[in-house]
Write a protein that binds this ligand. Sequence first.
Ligand code: NDP
Length: 275
Amino acid sequence: MNRFSGKSVIVTGSSSGIGRATAVLFAKYGAQVTITGRDAGKLEATKKKMLKVMKNPENVCVVVANLTDSDGQDEIVQSALDAFGRIDVLVNNAGANVVDGTFNTDQSTELYHKTFQINFEAVIEMVKKTKNHLIESKGEIVNVSSVAAGPQALAPSPYYAASKAALDQYTRCVALDLILQGVRVNSVSPGVVTSGFLGAMGMSEQVQKQIEENFTSNRACIPAGVCGKPEDIAELIIFLADRKRSSYIIGQSIVADGGTSLVSGLTAQNIQRNN
Ligand code: NDP
């Protein structure tokens, strides 16, 4: 339970889904956790869950901030330092498939900018702004990418997919740079996970359920037959943030997708037939 005792962790996008589950798990393992997002109500709900599993309520720092805003990023970093005096782990989890009703090659250029701002630029800025503190603590960065990064295409959302592909290559480059200064950088690549992700795209609960049913009833979509839970990804993030357990993994993106990315167009029909 004291696996992260004395460690100060920032989890972006912790008002929902994967980030929330990660914050709760870090809290359970004794970390000092800075949670952040734009929605104060949802952050409060995360804090409540954390308080149920943690011993010291002073180990939670809540920051309501927009990560695409430079002042917001500064506030997150400064609040973590004010509360805990150090930064040991940065989890760059916040992200979204930003939508405006355009798809495929018709997606607007404005949408490209918005998508890259949250999924890529915010990560770059957070790394720059925490770097010296992480070097001091010999800390860890875990980025949250997606199997949408490829090599398979995600034709309707090219900018979301490209932003995650950019993130994967950034992870590798930064990992090689920062390991020379003692900081480990890795990332996780989830497949379909039940979270607030589709809701943030404006889908009703009914549509979300329908999509999940379509995915889970078709083994060519998810061979495991179930959608991932935020906790499945949180466990992986915790593993990569724990130097005692994953010290020799550097600059990797670990896939957790129930087998989705193993299926190719050539094999999809066979999987359905055999099922
Ligand atoms: P959720 O929508 O449940 O969570 C997204 C989080 O990001 C929320 O806490 C949200 O906070 C935060 N966020 C979004 N935009 C901003 C912003 N501008 N400023 C600050 N915070 C922001 O989705 P998930 O938990 O599923 O997503 C987490 C990560 O996992 C993302 O990077 C996503 O791309 C990735 N992923 C998700 C998959 C899935 O199937 N769910 C699959 C593959 C990858 P708030 O709304 O309070 O601002």
